[in-house]
Design a protein around this ligand. Sequence first.
Ligand code: PLP
Length: 411
Amino acid sequence: MARINRNYEKLPGSYLFSEIARRTAAYQEANPDARLIKMGIGDVTRPLAPAVVAAMHAAVDDLAAAETFHGYGPEQGYAFLRDAIAEHDFAARNIAIDPDEIFISDGAKSDCGNIGDIFAEDNVVAVCDPVYPVYVDTNAMAGRAGDYDTDTERWTNIVYMPTTAENDFTPALPDAPVDLIYLCSPNNPTGTVLSREALQRWVDYANATDAVILFDAAYERFIADPAIPHSIYEIPGAKTCAIELRSFSKTAGFTGARCGYTVVPRDLVREGQSLNAMWNRRQTTKFNGASYVIQRGAAAIYTPEGAAQVDETIDFYRANARTIKEGLAAAGLEVYGADNSPYVWCRTPNGTGSWDFFNRLLEEANVITTPGAGFGPAGEGYIRLTAFGDADDTREAVERIKRMLDAESRD
Ligand SMILES: *Cc1c(COP(=O)(O)O)cnc(C)c1O
């Protein structure tokens, strides 16, 4: 008899986005004329950069002729892309990362889940609260999370680090020992960043305790503040304690094209084993490499033309984020994030619950957001808005929210 992975039975339903979709559909059905503006889900809307599209077209042509055809590529990714990443994402910031420390993948979500393959089941995992749910659920599936407690909405074996306005969105070091630490900066969902000093504290902690940091830098290109590190490897000591996850999804519009990469430094050793060698073994055994066409497209991001086009799109989203943040602040709301991120994290007025405020925005402003409570208990009392929409819609959504709050304060 085939027995199943019983850990899957412990997972609570993925309630957040299905519940948002359900409430949205019910409202639209009852109000067919309402024009809803979606600022909920974290997906990009702008097309791929022309340089990327041209490179992908040319790569398809390569596959169309026997002389230039490519079959299986290296599981770790093509040298043309790994070299470009090492040069532009790292050497340009005075970080020495070798191409063979870079592993190209079909995206950071897969890598976030797959990286657990090289770690023991009894590692203690620490996450920020609120959190990108993938870190938690993949560890639950692997048996590292214990049991889900529906009262606290937390897993019994996961260490949650509250990350809220009260601690300036900078989690404190845990008071009990932990082995694997997930950090995400710029953060999803809060849109806030970790300072160089905060990251140094984490690196020092991880080196002192032999923990490993899993640093998710999926939003790295949104950083505008020159003081904020783009990579954990800007922090002295990080190469002996950190793995970095990167994605072209939000930075270059690859959510549909699919490409990302993970950096595992050769200096990262635990229990006498090189994690770089272990990850290489994992990838060569279970992964046959990202698509040639997509890797050619990703490499075009590193050409001067491609980089300029990608920056233009990032600036477009940044302008939306500013519109949201400034508009909501002017309306009297407490807002965070946005400056180095496509996300705006907004405290609900007068202690309103996340879902209640979500409902009011849906019904009174026809704007769809994401309730912060969906990202973890410490997200209660906040909502997340995304800057990935159309510029006119973004302005209109902010105006509608302002009108809604004005009307209320006159009542
Ligand atoms: C969107 C996102 C990713 C990227 O996922 P892909 O699989 O590369 O599309 C990774 N981490 C966080 C926190 C994200 O929000």
